[in-house]
Design a binder for this molecule. Structure first.
Ligand SMILES: Nc1ncnc2c1ncn2[C@@H]1O[C@H](COP(=O)(O)OP(=O)(O)O)[C@@H](O)[C@H]1O
Ligand SMILES: [Mg+2]
Length: 244
């Protein structure tokens, strides 16, 4: 069964068709990368999928349920989390408090259901969530004090705290150091057994390393889709995007 499916999804901004007739099918458990030149419509596509923007036409199905009319929060509750959107980092709060808030928010919205009244249990859950992204040492630092790359990792931890089934990330490695990118790739591989990942990514080594399949978007439409090896070998992709 596909976890996510879009049918002829389109988004128009005035005269500009930013997303054109996109049929995307994402099986549960896959790591999918979306690539394409700047302005190709990648962010618009995931914004329409996550509910931040309304499509002009087309439908979106999540676990075979039509979610086209749901709000971003209803989609988050259904299991679609777009990091850097649903998750907001509070700069003056510690990493611990940021995570504790996200966990309590999940509890309130019933995303994961189980009540955790015990502060020690909450602390343990926060510690585990931070350790997962390599931020265990930063638990008592404020988010604002963290280096930029660590702030992005904190955002991923906040997204994961909502227990998503589909985690969408838009250029998560932008501005990260090589060491942080390596840690991020390990993290994505580590969560991939539980979470389906839809990743917009410019860094080709990261894409080729992480993605099981790649969707290439150009001028709002899907130009090609395949395994990293197929995409590398695709002549149209090479002409349009890889520049070879
Ligand atoms: N809110 C908006 N209003 C008008 N045009 C937009 C808006 N958001 C994006 N666009 C335009 O839509 C096209 C696709 O943008 P975007 O989805 O951000 O591309 P990408 O993420 O692939 O770089 C671009 O031409 C961009 O200028
Ligand atoms: Mg973008």
């Amino acid at each position: 069964m596909s976890l996510l499916r879009t049918e002829a999804l389109s988004k128009r901004f005035g005269g500009l068709e930013a997303v054109r007739n996109v049929d995307l099918e994402l099986p549960a458990g896959e790591i999918r990368a979306v690539i394409g030149p700047n302005g190709a419509g990648k962010t618009t596509l995931v914004s329409v999928i996550s509910g931040r923007l309304e499509p002009t036409a087309g439908r979106i199905f999540f676990k075979d349920r039509d979610i086209t009319g749901l709000s971003a929060w209803q989609r988050a509750r259904a299991g679609i989390v777009y990091t850097f959107q649903i998750t907001s980092v509070f700069p003056k709060l510690s990493c611990h408090d940021n995570l504790a808030l996200a966990i309590q928010r999940r509890r309130m919205t019933g995303l994961a259901g189980r009540l955790r009244e015990d502060p020690a249990a909450l602390r343990a859950e926060v510690e585990a969530a931070l350790a997962r992204v390599g931020l265990a040492e930063d638990i008592d630092r404020t988010a604002a004090e963290l280096p930029y790359g660590h702030q992005r990792l904190l955002e991923v931890a906040l997204g994961l705290a909502l227990s998503p089934e589909l985690l969408i990330m838009d250029e998560p490695t932008q501005g990260l150091s090589n060491a942080e990118i390596a840690r991020f790739c390990d993290l994505v591989r580590g969560i991939a057994s539980e979470v389906t990942v839809l990743l917009i990514e410019h860094n080709m080594p990261v894409v080729m390393d992480l993605a099981e399949r790649i969707t290439v978007v150009e001028r709002g439409a899907v130009l090609a889709e395949g395994t990293p090896a197929e995409i590398r070998a695709d002549a149209a992709v090479q002409r349009a995007y890889l520049g070879t």
